[in-house]
Design a protein around this ligand. Structure first.
Ligand code: ZN
Length: 447
């Protein structure tokens, strides 16, 4: 079926008045505008419309004679109006595709996938037009731009069968710098009608390696009122929740483990973490960031309190960066934003007495010490901890060896009873995941 010839359109009748030499020549011709959504991009240019219509009426303007718009050009009219062939595309909004999804392929490629709406005659023989809009600070644009086209399917001539047709298009980016985009699929029919898609998908070229710290049974937890807390179990909950939150912002991620146990290169649990722990960090090779999820602890009987009954005042957020992250302003911004967001969440949840986090820049990253870690009523901040062989922590050293900025996020102290209680009986895993995701997106300048 071809598209129906008549369309009911609430149309504005536009009368163009042209000033001709020695007098005014009036050209009357209904032009369709009303009922259309915004004319996005460059699809309709008024000057082009003028020319088309002048030519149709056999009026060829003399050189330098520009058509002009008269004062009163708009009249309202509602009627069945013919859509003329060969006009410029008419822009309308409607569902053009089903299930649009965009996904990172590499640091310079994003794949856009969608399903056609097979029973729609408008699309047959037409084109899908892939539209993109930058949504991160470094590429932000208000305008949608056309980045490519894909021919729409033709019905199987023999069987006449129609099914859900799957299409893909790969957007090749100019730069591997972290950037976030929105995608939309428009349709240009062979009847010259342009449909603006209603569905959007967000994607970026960023990949994050999430490392839920430890493994089941590795927690040092002991004592009363533990609520069954184990760091090695809780961190994987945070990590999985974080993966979901990042996906909402078009950020791709993967985990070093998604279950209670971890195996990398044939080493499992204790065999990995005692002797080969840097493999966790090396697992991040090719990604933009290695993020290790932890909860903190203090020295035995710090602050004159039982090890496991520390006061809320110890509960600051520490983000420990490796040297690769410490040398990158952008990654320090991410570290600062994560620390800020987790601190704000802890304060809101009654897990910390103050909503204060000290931002760090390249020359003010605080060296980590036991005294600082155990101290009460001090702000959380971005730290570094160096050993004799580069970064002290094996996971951060591994990430650095893989050329990846790495961070350990000590969200809060599980040696504070209220932290353990909220972790095990409330939704603290999701709260922290949300804060981590907020920090990452803000730090990257993403929506
Ligand atoms: Zn830990």
């Amino acid at each position: 079926m071809r598209r129906r010839r008549k369309k009911r359109i609430t149309a504005f009748l536009i009368i163009f008045l042209l000033a001709a030499a020695g007098g005014a020549m009036v050209l009357c011709r209904p032009m369709l505008f009303g009922g259309f959504q915004k004319q996005s991009g460059e699809h309709i240019k008024n000057t082009a419309l003028f020319k088309v219509n002048i030519e149709k009426l056999g009026y060829v303007p003399e050189k330098n004679e520009e058509p002009v718009r008269a004062e009163e050009t708009l009249k309202f009219e509602s009627e069945e109006t013919e859509v003329y062939e060969n006009d410029m595309p008419k822009v309308m909004e409607r569902d053009t595709v089903k299930s649009i999804a965009a996904k990172r392929v590499s640091s310079t490629e994003i794949c856009i996938m969608w399903n056609g709406i097979p029973d729609d005659g408008d699309v047959e023989g037409g084109q899908y037009v892939i539209m993109r809009r930058g949504s991160s600070a470094n590429v932000r644009s208000e305008k949608w731009e056309e980045i490519g086209t894909v021919e729409a399917f033709r019905k199987n001539a023999d069987s006449g069968e129609e099914s859900a047709y799957e299409y893909t298009f790969t957007d090749s980016l100019d730069s591997p710098d972290p950037a976030q985009y929105r995608y939309r699929i428009d349709v240009r029919t062979n009847d010259n009608v342009w449909y603006t898609g209603t569905e959007e998908s967000m994607a970026s070229n960023v990949l994050i390696c999430i490392d839920p710290g430890h493994y089941k049974g590795a927690s040092e937890a002991s004592g009363e009122n533990m609520y069954g807390y184990e760091e090695g179990i809780f961190t994987v909950r945070v990590g999985l929740a974080l993966k979901g939150k990042l996906a909402e912002h078009g950020i791709d991620s993967y985990l070093t483990r998604e279950t209670d146990n971890i195996t990398i290169a044939g080493y499992t649990n204790a065999a990995l973490d005692r002797g080969h722990i840097s493999l966790r960090g090396e697992y991040a090779v090719g990604s933009n960031l290695f993020l290790s999820i932890h909860t903190n602890a203090n020295n035995d009987n710090a602050n004159g309190c039982d090890t496991w009954q520390q006061p809320l005042a110890i509960n600051k957020t520490l983000v420990i960066v490796n040297q690769t992250a410490g040398q990158s302003e952008q990654m320090l911004t991410v570290a600062n934003e994560i620390g800020k967001a987790v601190t704000a969440a802890n304060f809101r949840l009654g897990l910390s007495p103050a909503d204060q986090f000290e931002r760090a820049c390249r020359d003010s990253v605080r060296p980590w010490t036991d005294e600082y870690n155990d101290s009460l009523n001090v702000k959380g901040t971005v730290c570094c901890r160096l050993g004799t062989d580069g970064d002290y922590y094996g996971v951060l050293r591994g990430a650095a060896d893989a050329g990846v900025p790495g961070m350990i996020v000590e969200h809060g102290y599980h040696t504070v009873e209220e932290v353990r209680r909220q972790a095990m009986t409330e939704n603290l895993a999701m709260e922290w995941a949300r804060a981590d995701a907020e920090g990452i997106t803000k730090g990257l300048g993403f929506e």
